[in-house]
Design a protein around this ligand. Structure first.
Ligand code: HEM
Length: 346
């Protein structure tokens, strides 16, 4: 990714940063979960395109499920057909991945699929755990980790480009910690409190999963006088809770990383006003992996390049904030930018 950006910088060309981010996160998640990359040219399937299609379909409102008399709208949109197609494509792909691991037993324990297969072969679980369970676990982890992390990267760069004073403050911090001329690494970012605040503030204003994932009540409850029966599906609107003026103050909707400096507010699901990773037993299991990837990527992008967007016909030279509809709130339009390399003292 950095090499592509260097090239674009030397030829003063535009780059689709959204595309680069989804490729980066799907490559990292492929290597962690599947053992190798599956971006185009390196496997039979272009996994990043599959992920985008999946999140788009998953985010489509199935009107017939809520208003049965309008089910014909879903038929016209071929919703069931599209779900069927994407699920078959994913199943074929995951079958190929599992078979590859079945044949190559040297992979034992070297990645997530290999670990799951050896747990299954050695019957290490007290419950039955078959091939389709393995495929579903990989799919869950892969989809959940890829789209969220890339959307978080997109929004962080968007907000930094809209707030040059924050970008400058962040670069000063990065350069004071990472004084060498090589890439910023995981150890470096641990010492960057402003970077951490920038990421938290982006999660505050742009939670990648604005309605978390659907939860199901395991028992009857009463909330503010309303009786809700066990088995009811509950959607939690983090997108509405997080910019709420009543809990965050009058500047709740402004991008202000400073509010997180010297604040004990965290996102591990303990404080319900800030739940970008959810809460309770379904809390995101990938918080550390997602955050480290975002921190290291942003630190390198900000350290190495100056960023600008094409000035629009209306004279605006900042990226817009339009959000796509769907389960995942990524940018509606791709982030097209011009990077230019920064020369910094060694
Ligand atoms: C910035 C990045 C990320 C964000 C904002 C995020 C956010 C979330 C949220 C909001 C949920 C739903 C929790 C709930 O409803 O209570 C979730 C679930 C999940 N996340 Fe993440 N996530 C991120 C990165 C990752 C990564 C890198 C992985 C993979 C290693 C991952 C794996 C999962 C899985 C497997 C679930 C589903 C858990 C279940 O089925 O209950 N996430 N994530």
């Amino acid at each position: 990714m950095m090499e592509k950006l260097e090239k674009a910088s030397s030829s003063s060309s535009a780059v689709n940063l959204s595309q680069l981010f989804i490729t980066l996160t799907s490559d990292v998640m492929s290597k962690v979960a599947l053992g190798r990359k599956y971006s185009s040219g390196e496997g039979t399937v272009d996994i990043k395109t599959l992920v985008r299609t999946f999140t788009q379909i998953f985010g489509t409102f199935p009107i017939g499920e809520f208003i049965p008399s309008l089910v014909w709208i879903d038929w016209i949109r071929r919703l069931d057909g599209k779900v069927e197609e994407i699920s078959t494509t994913f199943d074929d792909f995951l079958e190929e991945v599992v078979q590859e691991h079945d044949v190559d037993t040297d992979k034992k324990g070297s990645d997530f699929v290999a670990t799951l297969l050896s747990i299954q072969r050695e019957k290490m679980t007290p419950f039955v755990f078959d091939r389709s369970d393995i495929k579903l676990i990989i799919l869950d982890m892969f989809i959940a980790g890829t789209a969220t992390t890339s959307s978080q990267l997109e929004w962080t760069m968007t907000e930094l480009m809209r707030h040059p004073e924050c970008m400058k403050k962040l670069r000063d911090e990065i350069c004071s910690v990472s004084t060498h001329n090589s890439y910023v690494n995981e150890g470096d970012v641990e010492k960057m409190s402003y970077l951490n605040a920038v990421i938290k503030e982006t999660l505050h204003l742009h939670p990648p999963l604005p309605a978390l994932v659907p939860h199901l009540l395991s028992e009857d409850v009463r909330v503010k006088g309303y009786d809700i029966a066990a088995g009811t599906q509950v959607m939690i609107n983090a997108w509405a809770i997080q910019p709420d003026h009543a809990t965050w103050g009058p500047d709740a909707e402004e991008f202000k990383p400073e509010r997180h400096l010297n604040s004990s507010l965290d996102f591990q699901g303990q404080d319900f006003k800030f739940i970008p990773f959810g809460s309770g037993r379904r809390l995101c299991p990938g918080i550390r992996l997602g955050l480290v990837l975002v921190e290291v990527t942003i630190a390198n992008l900000v350290k190495r390049f100056d960023w600008r967007v094409q000035v629009g016909p209306d004279g605006v030279d900042k990226p817009d904030l339009a959000e796509a509809a769907g389960i995942e709130a990524c940018r509606k339009y791709p982030l097209i930018v011009f990077p230019s390399s920064v020369v910094f003292p060694i």
